[in-house]
Write a protein that binds this ligand. Structure first.
Ligand code: AMP
Ligand code: MN
Ligand code: MN
Ligand code: MN
Length: 280
């Protein structure tokens, strides 16, 4: 059965491929559909859809939102959302400003720790906007301050480490609401990374509609576990590699087998929702 990959980052957040490069690569790998899911950004969607038409590959509009519950980070994916929705775009602008301020503080902290990074370096690595800690980690490697991205996070950038700067917190419950209002399907991303299964009932109450059971950090057993949870709460199952291009150790597109049926179910779910809206 053909495969899909519904979780991919591009240069519009912390991936290294343009949307068109992602589409071409997915096509080469024999995938039949992809979704680009940039962090807190929908800016690459239009380009991806156009590239999809050009290369005859199905492209699902998507986004990945960073949210917080206490000290834990929870990521919420949104599929088929209206990427021109005013309130949603306003929220993304706000989050972008928050990120800019956070990154300024982070560079200041690194400087105090003896690691100077020119902000222009970040503009070079992230010319399209959203700058994440991964860009900063890449600069730290380039400058020779650390040997690897892993070391940058483990020694400096992770919560509790000397260069960790808190973000303004936004709850997954609020973000699920925003995605729903923008007509999207909210999905809990890589649940095994956050390890907060205890939150799932509350997320479902807030309107969560899916769970990412297939992911590059999930083995077969973990995938099965989350498929069971999806059945229990009547959620759809999604999946993707979480490819960041060459920003991480390995180019992950297509490395996680996500069956075509996942896309079919996602589309069926979307159609049913549209019907329900039309009927009311
Ligand atoms: P931010 O959104 O600025 O907090 O940055 C988080 C991003 O950094 C994530 O989206 C990942 O791509 C990346 N990241 C976080 N932890 C690690 C890690 N241990 N190794 C590699 N990349 C990481
Ligand atoms: Mn990332
Ligand atoms: Mn994530
Ligand atoms: Mn991701």
């Amino acid at each position: 059965m053909a495969g899909v990959d519904l979780h991919i980052h591009t240069v519009y957040s912390d991936g290294t491929f343009t949307p068109e490069e992602v589409v071409k690569l997915a096509k080469e790998k024999g995938l039949i559909a992809i979704s680009i899911t940039d962090h807190d950004s929908v800016a690459g969607i239009e380009e991806a859809l156009k590239a999809g038409e050009r290369w005859e590959l199905e492209v699902v509009p998507g986004v990945e939102m960073s949210t917080d519950v206490g000290e834990d980070e929870i990521h919420i994916l949104g599929y088929y959302l209206d990427w021109k929705h005013k309130e949603f775009l306003d929220k993304l602008d706000f989050l972008q400003e928050v990120r800019i301020k956070r990154n300024e503080k982070l560079l200041k902290r690194l400087k105090e720790l003896g690691m100077w990074i020119d902000p222009r370096e970040l503009d070079r690595l992230a010319p399209k906007g959203v700058v994440s800690r991964l860009h900063i980690a890449r600069c730290m490697v380039e400058k020779g301050y650390v040997r690897s991205i892993d070391e940058a996070f483990e020694e400096w950038l992770n919560p509790g480490k000397p260069a960790y700067i808190e973000r303004i917190k936004i709850s997954p419950f609020e973000v699920i609401g925003l995605i729903l209002e923008a007509g999207g399907i909210p999905v809990l991303a890589h649940p095994f990374l956050s390890r907060r299964d205890d939150l799932i009932p509350r997320l479902v109450e807030a309107g969560l509609e899916g769970i990412e059971a297939y992911h590059s950090t999930h083995d077969v057993k973990i995938t099965r576990h989350y498929i069971e949870i999806a059945h229990k709460y009547d959620l759809i199952v999604t999946g993707g590699s979480d490819c960041h291009g060459e920003a991480k150790d390995e180019v992950l597109i297509g490395k996680v087998y996500v069956p075509e049926t996942v896309l079919r179910e996602l589309k069926k779910f979307k159609e049913k929702k549209l019907e329900r809206i039309r009927d009311t």
